[in-house]
Design a protein around this ligand. Structure first.
Ligand SMILES: C[S@@+](CC[C@H](N)C(=O)[O-])C[C@H]1O[C@@H](n2cnc3c(N)ncnc32)[C@H](O)[C@@H]1O
Length: 408
């Protein structure tokens, strides 16, 4: 019988039969350029399957079959050989069972001591009332007054901020909506399992670089120096930066997370609800260019790839237009995406490429008045994943971290 017929008869694939032949588990005769599978092959095949079904690996089956074929055992010695093999396998399975049982017991013990997730909902968080003094009308440069507000524990959950010029900003579900926020219908919905999905689908090199950057940030950024002051994050996104530093933010600081994507903002606020109860965090949904804050009110600017993200669609350098928000002793915590080179089909438009080069970013930051305190760079990587698909085959990128201070 030919290989195809033999495979079909045994409900398997030709590749599997070939693999068994490569291991000399099946040894059909060759007739011309064809193999002929006769009755002895069927017997060998049945032996392979029954040994596999009781836990033998192909390499063990190979040893057993070669041993038998070469030794040409009598029935008595054949039984002795099989008995020894089976006996060893039983011993191995017993040891494995013990190991698994030990693992199960350890897991059960760990689970017993793990706190059960609280059924109690966290108190709703909203716009901290003390943040209102900083909200500033970009139309007429004056302050807003809260009207029709629902306030719980010093946080505004919903309400309207009205300016003397008639301009109105809304607070909904604890998020302040400024100008230029995206229409939620145009934004992708974000599942509760986003982080798990992200980790599973993003290339390990990309994750490593993200981790290295966040770890460097944790080790080098001293947020305690911004007590009683304002930290502004440009593009809080899914909050990788924020969730890594939230425990380092002083209770006396106000952290303002800006993003124009209302779905990302609502998801981030919800996903951090248990860790932000004793922090002052203002979730501000608006366009970077229309941030409604008093000039000079920000003492730390976190730009964790917010500018890089912006640069995909704009030729100007984002920070140029945001400098007026900074006090004259501010610190910049900047994370930038740097391309080693650009492919002919790069997604980065020609006019924006300078903002993906380390030297141009550093030069511009120095021109804006920053003097660098520390820098860090990750290694270049060439794979992202479905959620980090902003570079094409042939391009590699790395993260450039710049911590600098305004010279005053
Ligand atoms: C790469 S993500 C930032 C990642 C985030 N810092 C983190 O640590 O997870 C960039 C974010 O900037 C936001 N963004 C881009 N352009 C914007 C704009 N013009 N105004 C406001 N937000 C913008 C995007 O919605 C996105 O969430």
């Amino acid at each position: 019988m030919r290989i195809g017929e033999f495979a079909a008869k045994n409900n398997t694939t030709i590749d599997t039969v070939r693999h068994y032949m490569d291991l000399s588990l099946l040894t059909p005769d060759k007739e011309g350029s064809f193999y002929d599978f006769e009755e002895s092959c069927q017997e060998d095949y049945n032996t392979i399957i029954s040994l596999k079904n009781i836990g033998f690996t192909l390499s063990e089956i190979q040893t057993l079959m070669l041993y038998e074929r070469i030794g040409r055992h009598t029935e008595y010695s054949r039984q002795k050989t099989y008995r020894a093999f089976f006996h060893n396998k039983v011993k191995w399975i017993e040891a494995e069972l013990l190991r698994l049982e030990e693992m199960r017991n350890k897991l059960k013990q760990t689970l017993e001591f793990m706190p059960v997730e609280s059924e109690k909902p966290h108190p709703s968080s909203g716009v901290p009332i003390n943040a209102l003094r900083l909200v500033h009308c970009n139309e007429c440069q004056s302050s807003y007054v809260l009207t029709e507000g629902r306030v719980e524990n010093g946080q505004i959950i919903s309400g309207r901020l009205t300016c003397t010029c008639g301009d109105v900003l809304e607070i909904r579900d604890g998020i302040l909506f400024g100008k230029g926020s995206l229409d939620p219908d145009t934004c992708d919905s974000i599942e509760e399992t986003f982080i798990d999905d992200y980790v599973q689908t993003t290339h390990v090199d990309y994750l490593k670089n993200l981790h290295m950057s966040l770890q460097w940030a944790r080790n080098n950024y001293d947020f305690s120096k911004h007590r009683n002051r304002v930290i502004l994050e440009l593009g809080s996104g899914r909050g990788f930066f924020l969730r890594n530093v939230v425990d380092r933010i002083s209770e006396d600081s106000l952290y303002i997370a800006v993003d124009h994507n209302p779905r990302a903002m609502a998801w981030l606020k919800e996903s951090l609800s248990d860790v932000i109860v004793d922090r002052n965090i203002l979730f501000l949904c608006c366009d970077f260019k229309r941030i409604p804050l008093k000039p000079g009110s920000v003492s730390a600017m976190v730009d964790a790839t917010g500018s890089s993200n912006y640069a995909f669609d704009h030729e100007d350098f984002l920070l140029d237009s945001l400098m007026q928000l900074l006090s004259n002793d501010s610190t910049l915590y900047g994370h930038y995406l740097v391309f080693e080179s650009f492919a002919f089909n790069s997604m980065v438009p020609e006019g924006s490429r300078k903002w993906f080069r380390k030297e141009s970013i550093r030069d511009r930051l120095n021109k804006l008045g920053f003097s660098e305190l520390k820098e860090y760079e990750t290694s270049p990587i060439s794979e992202g994943g479905p959620r980090e698909d902003f570079f094409v085959k042939g391009e590699s990128i790395h993260n450039y971290l710049y911590m600098g201070e305004l010279k005053g």
